[in-house]
Design a protein around this ligand. Structure first.
Ligand code: FAD
Length: 204
């Protein structure tokens, strides 16, 4: 399976700027921030306790702000964004030329319906899906989704699987997530880039 492409943003104490270009394209659900300060910053000139405390406090508040943004986006914004993509493109999302332009025509492996696969992460994600009709977003996106992407599974076949197996599956939310976010099969309507590069057919 392809390695997930994630961003690690390094933020130093004097770079507490959410508008910084370091955050361009930053996705709180996927990427990480590492906040740190170099030792010399507090030793090359004397620093009062109050100044050090203020500095660390500012860094903590900045980190809290980033967490809150991810939370708000997940709860109040992201679902509405997905809904908007769906309704502005309907009808026709499933008929997009991009679906065929990807030249992904492999059949969905039968183990997606049965869970009998020797790869532990796939077996776990598919097994819990079939047992409970639920899998965490990252399992849907990064495990079952990326495996299919790497394999070159026909997007419509994968779409039929997601729609069939999840208790929360309704087309307006499932389609943009599957075709757009997971497979990059809507020509970039939903996501700016694919999460992985196709293996070129065959089992990776
Ligand atoms: C390939 C694929 C197919 C998916 N199909 C569906 C589907 O059919 N129905 C569905 O509701 N979700 C779908 N999702 C989105 C997401 O996986 C589920 O909403 C999520 O697993 C719900 O779990 P949670 O309540 O723990 O979410 P949390 O991660 O705790 O998020 C909180 C809430 O935010 C909303 N949310 C978060 N991420 C998304 C997202 N990407 N799209 C829409 N809402 C989101 C949900 O309402 C969720 O309950 C799909 C994701 C992928 C990658």
């Amino acid at each position: 399976m392809a390695a997930e492409v994630r961003q690690l943003v390094l933020v130093l104490g004097d770079q507490l700027d959410r508008a910084s270009s370091a955050f361009d394209g930053f996705d709180p659900a996927r990427d990480s921030v590492w906040m740190a300060e170099v030792d010399a910053e507090s030793t090359h000139v004397p620093s009062s306790k109050a100044r050090t405390a203020m500095f660390l406090s500012a860094m903590r508040h900045f980190a809290d702000g980033l967490r809150a943004e991810g939370f708000v986006r997940q709860i109040l914004g992201w679902r509405e964004y997905v809904c908007g993509i769906s309704w502005t493109r309907k009808p026709g999302y499933l008929d997009l030329d991009a679906l065929d332009a990807l030249d992904a025509h492999e059949a969905l492996p039968a183990f997606y319906w049965r869970g009998d696969v020797p790869m532990a992460c796939l077996a776990d994600a598919i097994g819990s899906t079939l047992a409970h009709g639920y899998a965490h977003h990252i399992q849907r996106l990064m495990v079952t989704g990326l495996y299919a992407l790497r394999l070159g599974v026909a997007p419509r076949e994968l779409h039929a699987w997601y729609l069939a197996v999840y208790v929360d599956a309704v087309e307006w939310v499932e389609l943009p997530n599957t075709l757009g976010m997971s497979q990059y099969a809507d020509g970039g309507l939903m996501a700016s880039k694919p999460y992985a590069i196709r293996a070129g057919g065959g089992v990776p």
